[in-house]
Design a protein around this ligand. Structure first.
Ligand code: PLP
Length: 458
């Protein structure tokens, strides 16, 4: 009932027929006369809405709790709050961000199995009850510091096929679970369910079904120990862009039958997930400016001049964001971002083997070791799509290079759709949302984004 108090404020409306790419263009034009060509982001909140509708269609039984660590933008968090999502917070500050926007404590899970005592006390004082654990030490801390904790036992998964592994650090083994449940019982604690995380960038959907079946075992153990478990949390790991091997719907096609088998709808188990990357990756486009350039001539190739496949030169481009900034995802998130050209190349334009470097004085600050680019000049732009996840969230200002500005945009139909969901909740079935069926039909399509208008095509 309090949901309709949320409204993201700091965005501009995208007029009909325009897309995020047009706004990138507009910002670049605005800066063309100035020397200040700082890197910047455009974040399309319509894309976040589109992801939410897609989630509800693909996994109607599962409520998303957005993992704030992935991108803690207040605008994104507010948008998701108005859509009725919950939040996975891992620290006091993340809890503060979410609660400062008016989100009720019942919509927060403190999903960090290893918490500082003072932060457990903070959660307790601010009504946050759901929290994960995977050790007996954590149980003792919670027993001392939190009167009403609703504990969720995080179990380990086989994340050997994930891009970023998490079970090296978190998750109780199947063997350890019974002991932990018994210990919780002795301490008078309430264990309400089980969680897992298959690793970020999951490449094998069977990891989910295995983990769901393991969770069932732990539910049964819990019943034997005397707990009435009611919550299953299937974590994150879902892809956030279309350039991954495994598509979102290929994963949900495996998860749904596993849920129906081990946690059938009539079992009255509440199922949540903690998607991070899924919601934000594709909403953000980063534009960086070429601030310096070097041409390295290759000596031996004078005779190869007609050969298209060898080049007499290699180009080095230096741009104004790098691995200490947005591109920290290369180090921490195992990402391999590749640029798209801002200026469409001419059909016969010569391309060169090139490398792209960030602005700091560190040799580690390299964005791309080899890619193929035309001969660009200082002052030209390169674009990086799908840059919303694990980018701004972990960037620094090392060497004095500031973080890029972020321009938020949203289409009017998306805004109306969010208002409608905010006021009335998600329609059932999801296809009944007037914004899906009528005006923003193209926005809810599962096709690759940015194909809806001619101006969007590179
Ligand atoms: C990082 C994290 C997430 C989000 O993972 P994604 O792969 O971005 O979906 C969810 N839950 C927990 C506990 C995490 O640590």
């Amino acid at each position: 009932a309090t949901m309709n108090t949320f409204a993201p404020a700091d965005f501009s409306f995208l007029e009909e027929g325009f897309c995020a790419r047009d706004i990138v263009e507009q910002k670049i034009n605005e800066m063309s006369m100035s020397d200040d060509k700082d890197a910047f982001y455009v974040c399309d909140l319509s894309d976040v809405l589109k992801k939410h509708m897609r989630w509800a269609r693909a996994m109607p039984r599962v409520t998303p709790f957005y993992a704030v660590k992935c991108n803690d933008s207040r605008t994104v968090v507010t948008t998701l709050a108005s859509l009725g999502a919950g939040f996975d917070c891992a620290s006091k500050t993340e809890i503060q961000i979410v609660q400062s926007l008016g989100v009720d404590a019942s919509r927060i899970i403190y999903a960090n199995p290893c918490k500082q005592v003072s932060q457990i006390k903070y959660a307790s004082a601010h009504g946050v009850q759901m929290m994960t654990f995977d050790s007996d030490v954590e149980l003792m801390k919670v027993a001392r510091c939190h009167d009403n904790a609703k504990l969720v036992l995080r179990i380990a998964t086989d994340d050997s096929k994930a891009v970023c592994q998490l079970s090296v650090k978190f998750g109780a083994t199947m063997k350890a679970c019974r002991g932990l449940l018994e210990r919780a019982k002795e301490l008078g604690l309430d264990v309400i369910g089980v969680s897992f995380h298959v690793g970020s960038g999951c490449t094998d959907p069977d990891t989910y079904s295995q983990a769901i079946s393991d969770a069932r075992c732990v539910f049964d153990m819990g019943a034997e120990v005397g707990f009435n478990m009611t919550l299953l949390d299937i974590g994150g790991g879902f892809p956030g862009s279309e350039d991954t091997k495994l598509k979102f719907e290929e994963i949900t096609a495996v998860i749904n039958p596993a849920l129906d088998k081990y946690f059938p709808a009539d079992s009255k188990i509440r199922i949540i997930a903690e998607p991070g990357r899924y919601y934000v990756a594709s909403a953000y486009t980063l534009a960086v400016n070429v601030i310096a350039k070097k041409v390295i001539m290759n000596e031996q190739s004078a005779s190869d001049e007609d050969d298209d496949w060898t080049s007499d030169r290699t180009l080095m481009y230096y741009v104004n964001d790098g691995v200490y900034g947005s591109f920290n995802c290369i180090l921490y998130d195992h990402a391999h971002p590749l640029p798209t050209l801002h200026k469409k190349p001419k059909p016969d334009e010569r391309m060169y083997p090139s490398s792209i470097w960030g602005p700091t004085c560190d040799g580690l600050d390299r964005i791309a070791e080899v890619c193929t680019l035309p001969d660009m000049q200082v002052g030209e732009w390169l674009l990086f799509e799908n840059m919303g996840a694990y980018t701004v969230a972990a960037s620094s200002t090392f060497n004095g290079f500031q973080k890029p500005d972020i321009y938020y945009i949203m289409s009017r139909t998306a805004w109306q759709c969010i208002q409608q969901i905010c006021a009335q909740g998600m329609p059932t079935p999801v296809e009944d949302a007037s914004c899906v069926t009528a005006s923003c039909g193209h926005e809810s399509s599962l096709e690759l984004p940015a194909k809806s208008s001619q101006t969007c095509v590179l």
